[in-house]
Design a protein around this ligand. Sequence first.
Ligand code: FES
Length: 374
Amino acid sequence: MSGVTPNELPDEAQLAGMSRDELVKLGANMDGVELVHYEDRWPVKGTRAEKRAERQVALWFAIAAISGLAFLVAFIWWPWRYEAPHSTDHLLYSLYTPVIGFTLGLSVLALSIGALLYTKKFIPEELAVQQRHDGGSGEVDKATVIAELADVGARSTLGRRGLIKKTAGLSIGVLGLGVTAVPLGGLIKNPWADSDSKDSLWHTAWKSENGEKVYLRRHTGNFHDVALVRPEDLDAGGFETVFPFRESERDDDEALVHALKRSDSPVMLIRLRPNQAVVKRAGQEDFNYGDFYAYSKICTHLGCPTSLYEQQTGLLLCPCHQSQFDVFHYAKPRFGPATRALPQLPITVDEDGYLIARSDFIEAVGPAFWERKS
Ligand code: FES
């Protein structure tokens, strides 16, 4: 209900000549707002107490900025790659998650405390009662609302508190940068840097170095226990997940664990039933060994493990978004969001009867990335 009658409304010329305070009061009256209580927190400006309060608020914003910066630095540079227990760097590796969690949490907390303190210490205490009214807003309403918003900014006294403005701006900026870095962090990898290495996006842990044999091993749960795979270990229609193993890594705990942990390591070794008709991919006709086919386990949609195999239909199912890959047809997608076939690992059997990789995959495994054409 408006507290101003139409006759009391100012005309255009009067409106243009009104100060911000007058417009605020007029707006409040028109909206039937009654100011029951108003108290400036600092009626005397520039006192020691006011400056102390200002420093308190700035301190929290500074803590938010510093911890946000620490989060950013840790997120980008902290050694996050897996290190085996008992290795010298294991402690650093195991601290990665707590460190980024603590720094990000502290930054958000300090920013919230700073904002809360600022509200409590500098925003005037005001109690107003407003009547509800119907209808849209006219020109006068719009002008008074704008004045009111400007007044809120002025009353917050933020304009003349340079220290708080700077520290708050810094903390919000650093935190914003940190939050942006989280989704972008995974993209900070140059696919062309060291592109021959097995650690590049173009290769996998199956890449042989210096001509060394790369065996297929099963994971027994104990990384010391190296169980190599022979064709007779798998029944017709069966499958198992295998990982790369090099003889030079047998006594290297770190390398053994790393080979099991790498995201591009898992491969589905499938033994089809004899006489199963199979369509092979052009140029990859000899990638299988008899009835044995090895496909990357990493879904080409978003990288989940395609761990469900139905031997009757030859379909491999990814549980994340239900993509299905047809093993009888070079693992091309039959259903779901994946659009590329699972890459096939060329395999054979060595002179001792163990299954080995003939080479690395000939294409990148897993989801697409920005430089990938296939
Ligand atoms: S990750 Fe496999 S279907 Fe989405």
